[in-house]
Structure formats: C-alpha cells, structure tokens
Write a protein that binds this ligand. Structure first.
Ligand code: GSH
Length: 215
C-alpha cells in the first residue's frame, strides 16, 4: 500500500487541487494533505522544491513526487479503474472531456477564477461567456446520451474535472440550460465536494485580486 501525501493550494481558490483531491476521495485511497498558501512571499520557491512544474497539486507517492492534476488522476485510476467508464467508447469520450478541461476553456478560467466564497452577477467578458456556452453544450450533449446524474452515468474523473467549473457558474451566475443547472447542483451537493467547500469557507488566507474584482 503506497503512502500518499497530497500538496494542494488554498481550498477557496485552487481548482487544480480540488480535482485530484476529489478523485482520491472517490477512489477511497487513503491520503494526507498539506495546503500551501498561494501568492505569499516564497510560495513559488516552495512549489519548485516539490516539483519542476512549480505548481500544485503534487502527490508524493512514497518518496516520489507526481505533479499535475491529470497525472495524479491517472495514477488513482490505475488502482481503481472504475474512475473511468467501463465501456470503451464512453471511456474515450470521458478522457476527451477531461483533456478539454485540462487544456482548454482558458477565457473561463482566466475571467472567472474559482472562488468558492464568491457570489456576483457582474458582467463577464464575451470570451468567457463563449467558453461557458461551449461547456454547457458539451454537458447537455453528454447528459443527453446517458441517464445521469453524472456525465457518464456513474461518477467519473470527468465529474471531478468539471466540479470547479460548476462552482464558477454559481459564483459568477453564468447562463446555463436547465439540464446543466441540475448537473451543477448535483456536483455541488456531493458530500466530498461539500467537505472541501466547508474548508474553503473557514480558510483565512485571502487573494484580494480574486476576491475584489468589482462586486
Ligand atoms: N496543469 C497543472 C496546473 C496546475 C496549476 O496551475 N496550479 C496552480 C494552483 S490552482 C498553481 O500552482 N499556481 C501557482 C503558479 O503558477 O505559480 C495541473 O493540472 O495540475
């Protein structure tokens, strides 16, 4: 049994950290965790001590460091294969949806940064709305092909990757279809998500640039 220790950023802000944290929870792999405050003096040097990527999340597996949310998710799925759909075609679609989140939707990520404590209706730039619309169309398509409540029926790594995005729809009041709204509610009422969110609500470290973008 591997000894697993997950280094993460702040609960309120670190979307990349939330993803593998949810995956490890759903995999029921025991792990300890350690928060590294983002954007404080010396934080980058601390991250570079952990891995050459200089980012969180990083999973320490026994003595080895494994950076990157997707790499950590693949690691978990090696131990617990049903984190991906069983059906081959569904698995490929699921991995493509995960890849899209890992590499794309950049305007949404930039203009509507994850901030679980935040609720605002301030207007967001058009590129951000276009990303949101593309995400909703993808969710609607996948939810329409399956029986829900998750993108591929049972919970999968894709749902971990889209949970931080779901929180952005709630934080920034982004437009969505009724079907996607139900999906967002499902992700945001998940017990593991709620455990993470409860820590965000009591966390004292604040990033004013993310908190104070207008109202
Ligand atoms: N591709 C990486 C991205 C990780 C990432 O950008 N993490 C942010 C925190 S949410 C970070 O460490 N930012 C610090 C920095 O870039 O200096 C992954 O999937 O893990």
């Amino acid at each position: 049994m591997s000894n697993l220790h997950l280094y993460i950023g702040n609960y309120n802000y670190s979307s990349w950290s939330m993803r593998p944290w949810l995956v490890l929870k759903k995999a029921e792999l025991a792990f300890t965790e350690e928060v590294i405050d983002l954007d404080v003096p010396g934080f980058k040097a601390r991250l570079l001590e952990l891995s050459d990527m200089g980012t969180v999340p990083v999973l320490r597996v026994n003595g080895d460091m494994l950076p990157d949310s997707l790499a950590i998710s693949h690691f978990a799925a090696k131990a617990v294969p049903n984190l991906w759909p069983k059906d081959l075609e569904a698995r490929e679609l699921c991995q493509e949806a995960v890849r899209k989140m890992h590499e794309g939707f950049r305007a949404l990520r930039r203009e509507a940064p994850m901030n679980l404590r935040r609720r605002t209706s301030r207007p967001v730039p058009r590129a951000c709305l276009e990303d949101a619309a593309e995400m909703v169309a993808m969710w609607d398509d996948l939810l329409g092909r399956h029986n829900g409540p998750f993108l591929f029926d049972d919970w999968s790594i894709a749902d971990a990757f889209y949970t931080p995005a779901a929180s952005r729809f709630a934080s920034y009041d982004l437009p969505r279809s009724a079907r996607s709204d139900t999906y967002i509610s499902e992700l945001m009422s998940d017990s593991d998500y709620l455990e993470w969110e409860s820590r965000a609500f009591i966390e004292t470290h604040k990033l004013p640039d993310t908190d104070n973008v207008n109202l």
